[in-house]
Design a protein around this ligand. Structure first.
Ligand code: SAH
Length: 210
């Protein structure tokens, strides 16, 4: 069996650094989180492959590169409060938690939320896993310095924009069939929107979903 640490170093070098992941904190976070523990019943090699993988209930754990790309785009500070919509396996939340002060993540499928909560509870950085409709955000923890949405919708849910702090960044795949990762940055003179990358994600459900 491949040593997970070796597989992880190879993933970082071949899939991240060889592309455009150059934020050293993101690289180190991807080095630390044991991805194979978040992908049920796959081999270590498969867990570190350059692809998304099914995790049941129509969900996927995102490709490592996409997790790194979204995390880098969020430009996290150690004091940041972060909201993730679409917990899935919990892997993305674990990566975010390496870089921010507080991570809250919401998952609509109860079984996935329960499994992710279990996986995340043994980690050093605490993550709050909420079961529910993430398109409503989580007002109790607002405002957020960063919001990461890991399922695709036609537009950015209004409640999430309401819960974004001044200076905050939100990253989400937007579109139908053809999706683009969009980043919204809140500035004193208004929200700035940028298209970053063409992507494929599972659909965002819920009140403000597709
Ligand atoms: N970040 C995840 C990837 C999850 S895939 C990881 O690292 O594994 C997208 C997830 O979004 C799925 O688990 C899906 O169930 C969830 N989802 C879809 N619509 C949602 C909504 N309205 N609220 C919360 N989660 C949602």
């Amino acid at each position: 069996m491949t040593d997970p640490a070796v597989a992880r170093e190879r993933m970082v070098a071949d899939q991240l650094v060889a592309r455009d992941i150059d934020d050293q904190r993101v690289i180190d976070a991807m080095r630390r989180v044991p991805r194979h523990l978040f992908v049920p019943e796959t081999s270590v090699d498969e867990a570190y492959d350059d692809t998304p993988s099914p995790i049941g209930h129509g969900a996927t754990i995102s490709q490592p590169y996409i997790v790194a790309f979204m995390t880098q785009a969020l430009a996290l500070e150690p004091t940041d409060r972060v909201l993730e919509v679409g917990t899935g396996s919990g892997y993305g939340a674990a990566v975010l938690a390496e870089l921010a002060a507080l991570v809250t993540t919401i998952e609509v499928v109860e079984e996935l939320a329960d499994e992710a909560r279990q996986r995340l509870q043994d980690r050093e950085h605490e993550v709050l896993v909420i079961t529910g409709d993430g398109t409503l955000g989580y007002p109790d923890g607002a405002p957020y310095d960063a919001i990461s949405v890991t399922a695709a919708g036609r537009s950015i849910p209004e409640p999430l924009l309401e819960q974004l702090a001044m200076g905050g960044r939100l990253v989400m795949p937007v579109g139908r069939r053809v999706e683009e990762l969009v980043r919204v940055t809140r500035t004193p003179t208004g929200d700035v929107s940028e298209r970053l990358l063409a992507v494929r994600f599972v659909p965002l459900r819920g009140r403000h979903g597709v």
